[in-house]
Design a protein around this ligand. Structure first.
Ligand SMILES: C[S@@+](CC[C@H](N)C(=O)[O-])C[C@H]1O[C@@H](n2cnc3c(N)ncnc32)[C@H](O)[C@@H]1O
Length: 229
């Protein structure tokens, strides 16, 4: 059985419509779950992330599965390749964690620089509109093993930033906590940013099933292209 993200990768590749020898950059790859799937399908893949710990895990998996993926430690604003890739993917909400919108713009500039002419950029984010409509600041989930996940959210309307605090309490009562602050972009804001940097927005989907992007969509998946100069 293929993992769920194996199916995601099928849909990403269908959307990107790349030649078989294409080079793909998985920007903010975490432990490489998508990068490894791209490599299994024969593409040349680089995964980039800021976390050495996650990259170590990714390299270990690539070695165990005998997959030739290069994993690079870098900040997403400083991608150390020029006009190298046929496609850059940024999947599962890996954009908007930087402190200012100008820093997010630097990421898009770096993506433009690293892509070949007519290279494709696919970015997958939560749907701002649905999140706002259904915003529930606090909720919890309970796993079959008895562990609890408590989530506390707050949204700053002045900066369009969502602050989320996750508290995980395992069955022995041990606690772990994580906080994230994320800028949530609307489609029009992201479109404007991509266009200002020279990208052409080609398509937007509401999910990895290729559905139309609308108010109810869970995701906002945008496909943009670096035009011929
Ligand atoms: C939500 S996860 C990415 C998910 C991954 N694409 C996936 O689908 O599994 C966000 C990732 O971004 C990485 N990250 C955060 N800030 C970064 C930065 N400034 N440059 C590069 N990677 C960064 C984190 O280490 C983390 O692996």
């Amino acid at each position: 059985m293929r993992y769920k993200w194996g199916r995601e990768v099928d849909l990403v590749l269908q959307t990107l419509d790349l030649p078989q020898e294409a080079r793909i950059l998985d920007l903010c790859c975490r432990q490489g779950r998508h990068a490894l799937e791209f490599a299994k399908r024969g593409y040349q893949v680089v995964g980039l992330d800021l976390s050495e710990t996650l990259l170590r895990h990714a390299r270990k998996q690539a070695k165990e599965q005998n997959l030739p993926v290069e994993f690079v430690h870098s900040d997403m604003r400083r991608i150390p390749f020029e006009e190298e890739f046929d496609a850059v993917v940024n999947l599962f909400t890996a954009f908007g964690y930087l402190e200012e919108d100008e820093e997010d713009e630097k990421v898009i500039r770096a993506v433009a620089k690293t892509l070949k002419t007519e290279g494709k950029f696919l970015i997958d984010l939560p749907n701002h509109e649905r999140l706002m409509r259904d915003f529930s600041p606090n909720y919890f989930t309970e796993s079959p093993d008895g562990s609890l996940m408590l989530v506390e959210g707050s949204f700053d309307v002045l900066s369009d930033r969502l602050k989320t605090r996750w508290l995980l309490i395992d069955k022995s009562g041990k606690r772990r906590e994580r906080i994230s602050i994320q800028r949530l972009y609307t489609f029009t804001e992201l479109h404007k940013m991509l266009k200002s940097i020279g990208f052409q927005v080609k398509q937007v989907f509401g999910g990895f099933d290729g559905s139309e992007y609308k108010m109810d969509s869970k995701r906002m998946i945008v496909l943009a292209e670096k035009p011929i100069n």
